[in-house]
Design a binder for this molecule. Structure first.
Ligand code: TSB
Ligand code: ZN
Length: 588
């Protein structure tokens, strides 16, 4: 999707269109007061105080119509530069503009404003030179937005819109927006009964319904097997810990605002854990270690709780109760490169298996000048950062560097993906940590019999099962590959009177092989049933009639195609089992 903010021409056009919106609103609601109207990646918005009024969809239509009228009026848009005193005078009736102007430096500052017909707004510009240049625009939506994003302040009305240079561009954009809405995982999640929310459970606390739970179980099995093969050992640990545990790890001092408040039980103070690292440090510490034991890889599918703002929680993508596909790898300083390489290779391997192609690797490094922000061991940092770069280059991974974005305790690699709706999020992560092993006083005995501190790699390949599933739903548009689909095969007898017995036989045969199969024996037309299986996105639909029954054949169709294949019964089962066993995605 085009980034309007970054495109010079579109930026000017959209900025101008925000003024057009304000002008139209002023005509329709003379009492309206205006805060700011910036250009964003997806177009523009304007925050407006409409008194007690909350907008409706009908209002949006009205405003858009008025915008069209103002645009057609072909008013010249001209710039004026005025002094701060003059600006304070001109905008004296608008407290929001006064707020902006008052914060501008001093009396000598030159302030610019733009006028079109009867409307003037404070603005740095630039703008298009006449209202007529804005032809192809659309108001997209509205929402409430607190003044200065502070919930203690008044709620303003935020109107979003977008403007293009041609009708075709606008239509393409609107189509894409619609397509994105259609594959929003919250929508598909509801349609396919994958997960639900209930206010009595709480915001950001989804319940995985049977269909979603099946997908999650398959994902767990998949990654568990991969990790076992790579030498990971999995544990189970409680999703609470004492406050002292999190004081030891440092989370209590640095991460408290992301945690649920503590609770007292008997004499102990507990927290719901936001991370599993402290527990895994204790697993390591439970035994003495020699350099020969390292790397040690402790994995867990671990439930965590984090305080996320109620406005930020979103379906399965951003939750308050999540399950990480977590592991902590304990390595010697010399093993950092090799172990990091294995993690990145695993990420690439998994993305390939799922046919994920659109993602960005971000390598977060320290800002060398900022001595305060980062754990102080220059030599360690230099070596580690060089090593990470070296590995990424060796694996020919395309990445960008984010200087100053490293955590206090070490550099990290994140994989960013773009959801259907909303800003980018991190899926996988791999974070180096020099500090935590020290805090827990971890050690191993090296070749020379000396005590050394291991380095820890925190890594999550799926990130959380929650966020990964959200992403997967949007990637596949709900049409999961056979191995993941909640219902894998749908069996339809052509005619219930003649073919039900054979359909039942096949149904039982597949069930015995642990295939998730359903028999559609409703008294409905064949074409209706086939169509419904398609809308339900069931990967394979069997259509069994006379020929199939007489010759022990199976005719089947795949989701998204109306081509019918016909094979011998046992051959079909073998093909199907292979497809599931290989966890084939549509891409491979
Ligand atoms: C990898 N201690 C490390 C761990 O060892 C850790 O917790 N890292 S994290 O904070 O980056 O979280 C791991 C992953 O969880 C992130 O990469 C992201 O994919 C996922 N995640 C983070 N917050 C949420 C959330 N609110 N909802 C869903 N998933 C989340
Ligand atoms: Zn961790």
């Amino acid at each position: 999707m085009i980034n309007i903010k970054e495109d010079k021409q579109l930026n000017i056009l959209n900025h101008s269109c925000a003024h057009l919106l304000a002008q139209a609103v002023k005509h329709l609601y003379p009492e309206a007061k205006f805060w700011v109207g910036p250009v964003i990646e997806e177009g523009f918005y304007y925050d407006i105080d409409l008194g007690d009024k909350t907008l409706t969809n009908e209002d949006l239509v009205k405003i858009e119509k008025e915008m069209k009228r103002c645009a057609k009026a072909d008013k010249r848009i001209y710039r004026e530069e005025i002094s701060k005193t003059e600006a304070l005078k001109r905008f004296k009736d608008d407290p929001y503009k006064i707020d902006l102007i008052s914060r501008m430096d001093d009396e000598n500052t030159v302030i610019s404003c733009y006028t079109q017909g009867d409307f003037t707004d404070l603005c740095r510009g630039p703008h298009v030179d006449t209202t007529k240049k804005m032809k192809y625009f659309k108001l997209i939506k509205f929402s409430g937005a607190y003044f200065k994003a502070d919930s203690k302040n008044k709620m303003l009305q935020r109107i979003y819109g977008v403007c293009f240079e041609t009708e075709e561009d606008l239509n393409n954009y609107l189509n894409e927006l619609e397509e994105r809405k259609q594959r929003d995982h919250r929508k598909i999640g509801k349609e396919q009964e994958l997960f639900m929310n209930h206010e009595l459970v709480g915001a950001g606390m989804p319940i995985w319904l049977p269909n979603g739970a099946l997908i999650r179980k398959e994902l767990e099995n998949y990654i568990y097997e991969k990790e076992r093969k790579l030498g990971y050992e999995h544990v189970y640990s409680p999703c609470v810990g004492t406050v002292d545990l999190y004081k030891t790890s440092g989370h209590w001092d640095h991460y408290k605002e992301n945690m649920f408040p503590s609770m007292k039980v008997d004499e102990e103070e507990f927290v719901l854990r936001p991370m599993n690292c402290p527990h895994h440090m204790l697993v390591y510490k439970n035994k003495l270690h020699s350099y020969r034991d390292l790397p040690i890889r402790i994995g867990e599918f671990a439930t965590d709780f984090r305080y996320e703002a109620s406005g930020a929680v979103k379906g399965l993508e951003r939750v308050r109760c999540m399950c990480q596909n977590d592991a902590h790898l304990f390595v010697t300083a010399e093993q950092i490169g090799e172990e990091f390489k294995k993690v990145v290779s695993l990420i690439l391997d998994v993305y390939k298996d799922f046919g994920i192609k659109e993602y960005k690797f971000r390598l977060s490094l320290r800002d060398k000048e900022d001595k305060e922000k980062y754990f102080d061991d220059d030599e360690m940092w230099n070596k580690a950062e060089d090593k990470l770069r070296e590995v990424l280059n060796e694996l020919k991974v395309d990445y960008f560097e984010a200087i100053g974005e490293a955590a206090f305790y070490g550099p990290k690699l994140d994989v960013e993906v773009k959801p259907a709706v909303g800003p980018e999020v991190t899926l996988s992560t791999c974070q180096l940590d020099f500090l935590l092993p020290r805090k827990f006083d971890l050690s191993y005995v090296d070749k020379n019999g000396e005590k050394k501190v291991p380095v820890v790699l925190h890594r999550a390949i799926f990130g959380t099962f929650d966020r990964f599933t959200a992403f997967l739903i949007e990637e596949t548009k709900g049409a999961f590959p056979t191995w993941l689909a909640p219902v894998q095969v749908n069996v339809i007898p052509v005619n219930n009177n003649y073919h039900l017995e054979y359909a039942n036989e096949i149904f039982n045969l597949l069930k015995e092989k642990n295939i998730r199969v359903q028999l559609d024996d409703r008294d409905e037309k064949l074409s209706y049933k086939i169509r419904e299986a398609q809308t339900k996105k069931i990967p394979i639909t069997l259509i069994l009639g006379d020929k199939e029954k007489q010759e022990n054949l199976i005719s089947y169709r795949r989701h998204g195609s109306d081509k019918t294949y016909c094979v011998e019964k046992n051959m079909f089962i073998e093909l199907l089992l292979n497809e599931i066993r290989d966890k084939r995605s549509k891409e491979n």
